[in-house]
Design a protein around this ligand. Structure first.
Ligand code: GLC
Length: 426
């Protein structure tokens, strides 16, 4: 009897222990994290968040958000204005700290100095009034994707200037169409009226020496002849080397056309590398990546700085646990995995020396300075007003691309509007 009872006792003890553990779990919480949805973004974020959940005994809920940065900002602003606790961890664009900072907790008490492993410029960008309001997650810079096989076929080099790109695109598009590829286009980019167009157009303007819309001192500088020359060239692309539909393209539409094999050149961010070279991509192995062209012989190669950061909402019911998820997702192991699988650029200099990361993304080495010297949009200096500045800029540029306005006229009325916006200082 006694002997038989022992296993029973053990079983009972084990059951009780299990129940205790279970109740331990009951105090575990669910953290809602908002991830991006460009290409593989959502899936990679899910995998990372679930790995953290497994490790810590908590659970995660992924909140899908609009793909467009502009629409995502509007969605966030609505939630945050209502102090909604629905999302614990937010994904913040590098241009948003000045707009949204007040809604996020200072991560310094949780980071244990982990921010020191990241590029100081990004940490600096995410530090508002002495508070670290977001941890760097991945960085971005605009790149030129090209069809290596087609440049070789027509004996052309990688274009150095935008004018070279225009000519190469025209030549290859015409020859390929003649050979029966009716849908071939020379160049696709992000021409829709949203934040992505601000990034593209700033690259054109700055590469021609036309500045960054508003300079570091807060002066509006956009109405200048170099900026007009850049926009004039871009205007000439529409319906000539770029489909009219490009006026409604964001990143994924441009990638769709390029990846289908229907464009010679594409402007996009690094994430497109992993996908255009992915197992099922029709152009796999035929793609090259370079710095974006210069604006004329005196111009420079400008890639605009992009990137995303993770922040914990002030309205979260579990800020400490949410911060633990942020530290996990932005940590070295997870950044390495995301770089290898998804070509999401790490925000840690050390990972640019990592053999596995470089093997998956050789351009990280050859284009290192494109990333470290990427040109910032004027979000720091214009702070809370940045989205209005950007809206005015992309709207003016979109009008030019659509043929509704000439560059000079569009830029001078833009300059007037921006000066009015910043008249009391930014
Ligand atoms: C990319 C960049 C981001 C930018 C957006 C525009 O996601 O990382 O900074 O605002 O594209 O579409």
């Amino acid at each position: 009897m006694m002997l038989k009872g022992i296993p029973l006792l053990i079983a009972a003890a084990a059951f009780l222990a299990g129940a205790c553990l279970g109740s331990g779990r009951a105090s575990a919480v669910e953290i809602a994290v908002s991830c991006g949805s460009m290409g593989q973004e959502l899936e990679l974020c899910r995998q990372g968040a679930e790995a953290w959940a497994k490790q810590t005994g908590n659970s995660v809920r992924l909140v899908p958000t609009p793909e467009s940065a502009t629409e995502r900002l509007a969605y966030y602003q609505q939630l945050l204005a209502g102090q909604a606790p629905d999302i614990d961890v937010y994904l913040l664009d590098v241009v948003w700290p000045g707009i949204l900072a007040s809604h996020f907790v200072d991560l310094k008490p949780y980071s244990k100095g982990q921010e020191k492993e990241h590029f100081p410029a990004i940490v600096d960008n995410n530090t508002v009034d002495g508070k670290l309001i977001a941890m760097p997650f991945f960085t971005d810079a605009g790149l030129l994707y090209y069809r290596r096989d087609l440049l070789e076929k027509y004996g052309l080099g990688v274009p150095e200037t935008w004018e070279d790109m225009t000519n190469a695109a025209k030549k290859i598009q015409a020859a390929e169409r003649q050979a029966g590829h009716d849908r071939m286009w020379g160049f696709v980019f992000q021409g829709r009226a949203y934040e992505g167009l601000t990034a593209n157009a700033l690259e054109w303007v700055d590469s021609f020496g036309g500045g960054t819309i508003v300079d570091a001192e807060g002066n509006v500088t956009v109405d200048n002849p170099q900026a007009a020359a850049a926009l004039k060239l871009a205007q000439s692309w529409i319906k000539d080397i770029a489909p009219e539909g490009v006026l409604n393209y964001s990143e994924e539409e441009a990638r769709g056309v390029f990846q289908a094999g229907d464009a010679v050149f594409m402007r996009n961010w690094p994430y497109a590398w992993a996908l255009t070279n992915g197992g099922d991509s029709p152009v796999r192995g035929k793609v090259g990546v370079a710095a974006l062209p210069r604006g004329g012989d005196k111009g420079k190669h400008t890639g605009v700085l992009g990137g995303w950061n993770l922040a914990v909402s002030r309205y979260s019911r579990h800020p400490e646990i949410a911060a633990s998820l942020v530290m996990y997702l932005t940590g070295s192991a997870e950044q390495k995995r995301r770089a290898i699988v998804g070509a999401f650029n790490p925000t840690m200099p050390a990972l640019y020396q990592d053999a596995d990361v470089l093997k998956a993304n050789p351009f990280l080495k050859s284009l290192y300075s494109t990333f470290t010297d990427a040109v910032a949009r004027p979000s720091r200096v214009t702070g809370e007003q940045y989205n209005r500045v950007s809206y005015a800029f992309w709207d003016a540029v979109h009008g030019v691309l659509a043929g509704q306005a000439e560059p000079e006229q569009a830029l001078s009325s833009l300059e007037r509007d921006l000066k009015r916006l910043g008249r009391r200082g930014w």
